[in-house]
Ligand binder design. Structure first.
Ligand SMILES: [Zn+2]
Length: 62
């Protein structure tokens, strides 16, 4: 993952990551809106869902 200075997800503690593949990584939310809330983040920095490639969207939804 290429870091961006203002990105909160670039400084996630690697030990908190519970799943990762070439497109995404996932970690438990530190401030969950509900129990078991998991955050799934694409590795590539994009502005919104529509900017993701098909493979990246598939990785998020799977
Ligand atoms: Zn980032």
């Amino acid at each position: 993952m290429r870091s961006q200075a203002n990105c909160p997800f670039c400084s996630i503690d690697a030990a908190s990551i519970v799943f990762a593949d070439e497109f995404i990584f996932a970690f438990w939310d530190g401030y969950p809106v509900s129990a078991g809330h998991l955050l799934i983040v694409p590795r590539r920095h994009v502005a919104d869902w529509g900017d993701l490639e098909e493979q990246e969207r598939a990785a998020v939804t799977s």
